[in-house]
Design a protein around this ligand. Structure first.
Ligand SMILES: Nc1ncnc2c1ncn2[C@@H]1O[C@H](COP(=O)(O)OP(=O)(O)OP(=O)(O)O)[C@@H](O)[C@H]1O
Ligand SMILES: [Mg+2]
Length: 336
């Protein structure tokens, strides 16, 4: 028997009809999205993507939504923007300047709101030229950028980019336990059989994490494992599995080498204690990749990938400067 009668509301990427709380943020978004540039910042699972997507539904101008996790260079993001402005697929092989020209052309005949979600990943690749280009256009779009890590864009962008963007900043604070509870309870009601979830089970999840994405994943995993009811005991039992599923979903859009790298960090932290040297990680990554008969990537590439895992808040890194070894990096797994 299954307690799930409609899995959709619990699935990743499902955008529910109603939004729980966050009235102030919703209002700020609807009031400003079409008239000025915005920077939304907040930790993972605070509803940034959810609220912006909801607000986009009300926008009259053409809307472009770009995840910079998937489109992490100026070129890829431009391609995505052109295809959303023209509502046509864009073939490969264009030059960046050609794509820029097409964006400019489109914007001459229509108003547009462009959202760059997960901007952290574009910045990690030093591709802020895209922001400079978009913000300097004469019939420019309104631009909203979303970050989970970069708190102050002014400290991160070149002055010329920041001064032409001048975004209004909207901060998303973490949800309280009660808010996480409400969000979970609403979804459970839509997705699961009546009276199949114990109140304590939901309270338990809400007391353990403020990240609603993780919380929803956790409830989904528990429901999948439930015979008749989702109990607090069951929720506790599936905690580790829920973390694993959450991590897999986060890694989904990255390469398989990112997965080998994550595995390397995980194995080492289990074997050697929580904090590991970057050098050991590169070595272990190579054995993980070789075991699978794969070519290995250079330490430099892997070091960049490690920074991406850090942006996803899957690993935590501490940098030490000076001393005998020069610059070193100590890494640990960050439980979501
Ligand atoms: N206020 C809310 N009401 C209903 N559902 C919500 C609310 N806030 C978040 N959620 C749900 O929680 C999940 C995570 O939210 P969302 O993806 O918007 O977080 P995020 O801040 O963008 O996180 P990340 O930084 O990891 O991208 C989604 O399924 C979303 O629908
Ligand atoms: Mg998001």
């Amino acid at each position: 028997m299954t307690v799930i009668h409609d899995v959709t509301p619990l699935q990743q990427n499902h955008l529910p009809e109603e939004t729980v709380d966050r009235e102030r943020e919703s209002r700020l978004l609807t009031e400003n999205l079409e008239s000025r540039n915005l920077h939304i910042h907040g930790p993972r699972g605070t509803g940034k993507t959810h609220l912006v997507k909801k607000a986009l539904e009300e926008v009259e101008a053409r809307t472009c939504y770009v995840s910079c996790l998937k489109h992490d260079t100026q070129y890829k993001a431009l391609k995505r923007i052109v295809s959303q402005l023209t509502r046509e697929e864009v073939e490969s092989g264009h030059h960046t300047s050609e794509l820029q020209r097409r964006v400019e052309e489109q914007l001459e005949v229509m108003d547009a709101v462009i959202v760059l979600d997960e901007l952290d990943f574009l910045l990690l690749n030093n591709e802020e030229d895209l922001l400079y280009f978009l913000s300097r256009l004469e019939n420019g779009p309104q631009i909203t950028v979303i970050t989970a890590n970069v708190e102050k864009l002014g400290e991160r962008l070149e002055p010329r980019t920041y001064s032409s963007l001048q975004p209004r900043r909207i901060q998303f604070e973490p949800y309280t336990g009660e808010q996480v509870y409400k969000i979970l309870a609403k979804r459970a009601k839509k997705s699961l059989a009546e009276r199949s979830v114990h109140r304590n089970a939901v309270t338990y999840i809400a007391s353990k994490t403020q990240n609603t994405e993780l919380a929803l994943t956790w409830l989904r995993v528990a429901a999948r494992n439930a015979e008749e009811t989702v109990t607090e005991e069951l929720v506790e039992e599936v905690e580790e599995e829920a973390f694993e599923v959450y991590t897999e979903c986060e890694l989904e859009h990255l390469s398989r080498h990112h997965k080998y790298l994550y595995q390397a960090v995980e194995e080492l932290s289990r074997e050697k204690g929580p904090v590991i040297n970057a050098g050991d990680i590169y070595q272990r990554y190579r054995s993980v990749a070789e075991e699978r008969g794969e070519e290995t990537l250079s330490d430099r590439r892997i070091s960049d990938f490690l920074k991406q895992l850090e942006q996803l808040n899957l690993v935590k890194a501490e940098y030490h400067y000076g001393g005998r070894k020069g610059k070193t990096r100590e890494v640990s797994i960050e439980s979501p």
